[in-house]
Design a protein around this ligand. Structure first.
Ligand code: G6P
Length: 314
């Protein structure tokens, strides 16, 4: 699993939990816990952490790890009868040493393949047989790619439906200095207003209070601009039409046992998701959902170089 250019190492993380460390030759890295199949760290080639993980995160089942990139499956949030965000985020995944071939070329990249299959206990709460394969890849420029392949392996002829999200917690310098581009003028469901549907007005999205919105039919590219850090995260996605934006702000932060009171200032969740229209798979069918993250200097895509935006004074 390793070459002279990149490395992939299985080792022990917090509380002795297994984790896989991916390292790219220029120095960027990522960590994936088998618990939850969860990315908990993504560092650039200067060693700077790009994802947020709470100082109070509990690395212990059955609680999901607060931060990184939890996988919400087979249910996003409370959109169904299962526990919040489904169960994939608090199950132990295993390393898949012999995954079916991928169309994308991962040679010279650090990657790991994980797999989740239902246990007998899981079948009692969600009576479906499936194979969930997750590939986490660190690209040569330090980009982080997650590809999920979910296959219906039911032998009783039954289809199943699910909702899904890559619940990414981005690390930001100061939430009041952050804006999100790519979601303007879109429709969204507001989780803070009984999931009612509204249309986003105006320019890029900024943050002054609690936000919990599911943007619908979003573009494949979303940018998160951190002015203070002069850093822009670019999120590219495929197979995931929706995008959830969440910041708990002060009141909800205080109510969460595994989240510091002031930590809401330093994180923002932007989540590539399929929520409004659940994915349905017949036996033998497979779904793919992909998310690619990169972190670039802000001037690169902040919009400042876009003459239209300069004219509008934004
Ligand atoms: O506390 P958790 O179960 O991890 O959920 C954290 C958050 O996840 C999503 O972003 C939802 O839209 C929020 O409503 C929820 O509060």
């Amino acid at each position: 699993m390793s070459s002279e250019r990149v490395s992939v190492e299985l080792c022990k993380g917090i509380n002795g939990l297994d984790k896989v460390v991916l390292r790219e030759v220029r120095g960027s890295s990522a960590e994936v816990y088998l618990y939850g199949g969860q990315v908990t760290s993504w560092k650039n080639d200067h060693g700077e952490e790009l994802l947020f993980v709470s100082n109070k995160a509990i690395f212990k089942p059955p609680k999901a790890i607060r931060g990184g990139i939890p996988i919400c499956f087979p249910q996003f949030a409370s959109h169904g009868s299962l526990e919040q965000h489904g169960f994939a985020r608090n199950r132990f995944w295993t390393i898949d040493n012999d995954p079916p071939p991928f169309p994308t070329n991962s040679s010279n990249k650090a990657f790991v393949d994980l797999i989740l299959r239902p246990s007998e206990e899981d079948m009692k709460i969600w009576p479906h047989s499936y194979e969930f394969r997750l590939r986490v890849t660190l690209g040569s420029g330090g980009d982080l790619m997650l590809t999920s392949r979910i296959r219906n392996t039911n032998t009783d002829g039954k289809s199943f439906s699910f909702t899904f999200a890559y619940h990414t917690y981005f690390s930001v310098s100061d939430i009041s200095e952050v804006r999100v581009e790519g979601l303007e003028t879109l429709d969204y469901l507001d989780n803070l207003k009984e999931k009612q549907r509204f249309t986003e007005q105006g320019d890029a999205i900024t943050f002054e209070f609690e936000v919990d919105k599911i943007y619908l039919s979003t573009p494949t590219k979303i940018a998160i601009l951190d002015h203070e850090k002069k850093r822009t995260f670019v999120l590219r996605k495929d197979g995931l039409p929706d995008a959830v934006v969440w910041n708990p702000w002060d009141r909800k932060a205080k109510a969460m046992a595994d989240f510091g009171d002031d930590e809401y200032k330093h994180m923002l969740c932007v989540e590539a998701a399929a929520v409004e229209k659940p994915i349905t798979l017949k036996p033998g069918e497979e779904w793919r959902g992909r998310q690619e993250l990169s972190a670039v200097p802000s001037s690169y895509c902040s919009g400042q170089l876009d003459p239209q935006r300069v004219l509008l004074g934004s």
